[in-house]
Each structure stands twice: as structure tokens, then as C-alpha cells.
Write a protein that binds this ligand. Sequence first.
Ligand code: URA
Length: 226
Amino acid sequence: MVKLLMVKVSARRLSAEIIQLIAQEVRGCTRCGLASGRTRAVPGEGPADARIMLIGEGPGYHEDRQGRPFVGQSGQFLDDLLAMAGLARADVFIANVVKCRPPQNRDPQPDEVATCTEHYLYRQIEAIDPPVIVTLGRFSMSLFLPGERITRIHGQPRKAGGRLIVPMLHPAAALHQPQNRPLIEADFRGLPAILARAEAEQAAARPGPASARPDDDRPLEQLSLF
Ligand code: URA
């Protein structure tokens, strides 16, 4: 019993150290063109043992200034949505597909998404190993559920890579199109039941952490954290 507790504590410490290490790398990253236009990179934040990870698209104006995810208007709305699910920001890990603000908030390009996810996002997912990932918007969703349409499947959990992926509309889409508001609010209210299901399934079925990548069948020991 004591041994198991010690293993859990040291696993948690290791996850926290890996998350910190990735954040340092992100802050100094020059791997793609987005680096030259940023004020600050936005690695993401939250507990390294969070049970839910939220993944947005990329930093906007305020996030770029502060170096923190979802701190502008859509961030305030995200806080309200989390409260509807009985959650606080401190309970979840919030990250983005790309860690630097695209100029004029344009869509991230495929090469920027590929570079940033391979080097940072997938490693963050591996370190945190959340049973539930909430994708915010279509860029994030299509990493895990390619070919799906967010308007068709929002709020409906899907299995990918041993986790439950919950595709949500982006909070900004609900702010700009008020008819989306009741949809995203209802989807967030459904989160506690989805988390309970995921925790139960994870406890019953998995000997170890799942993969960050939905199509990855490699055993854990072959996954590099660095
Ligand atoms: N929108 C996003 O997708 N991410 C942020 O961090 C802020 C706004």
C-alpha cells in the first residue's frame, strides 16, 4: 500500500517536471515562422495530473501578451462553462494546438500544426495522461477525429487512442453567434457524467497510460517523452 502510494507520488512528480520542461522549450521555440511574430509563447497551464485536458486552437491577442491560455473574452466565457460543469480552471489543464499566436489570428497552417503538436502538444498529453480530452473548435477536434464535422458531433464523446475525446464548439464561436450558446452550455453540463464514465473505463481496462496519438499502438515503453 505504502509502496503503491510512493509510486503514485513519484509518477506525479515526474509528470509535473516533464510539463515544466516542455513549457521551457516552448518559451524558447523557433521551430516555425510563428515564433518571429509572437510576444510570448503560450505553453498551457494546469495541474500535471489533471483528469481533463482542454485543447484550444492557438493564442489570441491577450494570450500572446500574457503568455497564458484563454485569458481574453473567450477565456472568461470558458471559465463560466467550466463552472457549469462543476469545475474550476485549477482543475483542468488548458493547452492549444499551436503555442504561438498566428498573425492577425489567421488559421494555423498545416506545417505549423504538425511541428507544434509533434514537439509539444502530444508530449503534454503523454505526460498528463488525461482520460478525457475536450477539444475546443475544429482544429483541435480534427487532430483526434479527422473527417468529422463539429456541428454534427459536438458534445458527443468518441474513443480515440484509449481516451474519450469530447468535441466542443469553440467558446469564441458561441460568443460571436449567440444561437450556439445554449449548445455549448448543454455540452459542458454533460461533462461530469462523461468524466465519470471515462474514469471507470480507465480503471477497469488499462494497465498503463494511453497514447497521445489516436492511431498509436506502440506499447508505452516505446514512447519517448523527450
Ligand atoms: N482561443 C484559443 O483557441 N486559445 C486561446 O488560448 C485563446 C483563445
